[in-house]
Each structure stands twice: as C-alpha cells, then as structure tokens.
Ligand binder design. Sequence first.
Ligand code: PGA
Length: 264
Amino acid sequence: MRKKLVVGNWKMNLTRAESAACVESVLLLLDKQDQVEVAVCPPFTSLDSVQHLLRKTHVHVGAQDVFWKQSGAFTGQISANMLADLGCSYCIVGHSETRGRFGKLEIGESTVGYFAETDETVNLKIKALLYHNICPILCVGETLAEREAGETDAVIAAQLRAGLDGVDGAEYYNAVVAYEPVWAIGTGKTCDAAEAERVCGMIRGVLAEVFDEEAADNIRVLYGGSVKANNARDLFAGPNVDGGLVGGASLVAQEFAEIVRAGR
Ligand code: PGA
C-alpha cells in the first residue's frame, strides 16, 4: 500500500527568516502522526535552517535541484553529496522550469540558456541522488502545444524512459515521479481530476515496462500544477494519484496543511 505524499516546492521564494516562519506555522497545523508523508523543498539558502527546524518532526526536507558531479570546478552548483550532508531526503529533478519549458516567458530573454536541463542531465542527476540515498522526484509533463497535438502520452513516456535509462528498479523502488502538465503550473489552470488519474495510470504502466510491476506498484506518482486546498481532494482521489507536488499554495501554511489533509 503506497503512502500518500505531499511535497511543497517553494521555488525561488522565502528568505531564511521567512522560511522558518513558514515551517513553524505548517508544523502547528499538521497532525503529528499523519498518515500522509510530507516534505518541503526550500531554496538552497534555507535548506540548512529548515532541516534544523524539522529534524525531530515527521516532515522531510528536499532540494529543488542538484548537479550530478561529486565535486570540482563547477561554479554555482550543488552536489548530491552536499545535499545528503544537509539531511535532504528528497530532490526535485527535471522540473519544467529547470528543463526550460516555461509555457510563457515572464522575462524578456529566453530562459533556455539558464535552465537547459535535458533528459540526459536529468538521468545523471537521478543516478547521483540514488548513489547518496536521496529520493528523486522526477517531473514529467507536456506543454500545451504538445497536448493539443495529441502527444501527451508519447512525450511523457519518452521523458520517463530517457530519465530512468540504466536505473535499477530496486533502487528507484521508494522514489517518486510527478506528473506536472506544463500548462497547469502556476497558471491556476488545473488538470481535470479524471485526466490526472489517467495520465498517472499511464505513467505507472510505463514504469512497469521500464522496471517491473512490483516497482511500478510501489513508486509514488504525484500530480502537480495549481494544486490548491479546494481541488486537492478531487485530484488525489484517483487510485493512481499518490499525492501532490505543490508550488504556490505551499507558501501559505493554512493552504498547504489543508492540501496535506486532503491526502487522507
Ligand atoms: P504550482 O506549481 O502549484 O504553483 O502550479 C507546481 C510546481 O511547479 O511544482
């Protein structure tokens, strides 16, 4: 039986003081023995302080990205080794924002030069994380143009196969995949619950082919993209949806706690 998981992705938000205030409020609102597993992914700058605040609680800490090399001349990068040292249990990989698949650019120039993550780098990151016993949260999802062209399933299957190439099912057994339709991220447009369930089921089918039935049965498949307190229960109701990856709503303690409760 898979345990539901709700992960907050804070993105590039909250200073250390704001991060501390956010986790303290969340902790007050969450039940101590929740049957839902909870993790928060603060920016790198708050990982240490948030981990310190959460170390004796049931809430896990995750990072939002990682570089696959162990150490060396890689200015600005953070290794899986460093994340393990900080006590991270999870790490997001292949988010559409780091893949450079923004639906609509908010800044004047292309972001692709800054966030050029590919299936190949996603794969390297996953292997580096597993080596350090950090659970990857592999994000997959189609753009609006891909959905309209009827390519949703093919795009996601290709992302899964390439991202998980050469990864052992036994190693990925406790890890996570998140279905995040690019057009639903930060837009307020949520994927219909029935469609989220269908795609998460399709993802599980691909996982069974890439690994085996047993691993596919154990891997948690989350939905992400404008999850809010008022739609989480519907979205998490499908048998193949094992919880959510929550962006904007995870910055508001009350909202995030309600989303966690929706996973029960
Ligand atoms: P959102 O972001 O909940 O703000 O849409 C989700 C995500 O990007 O993980």
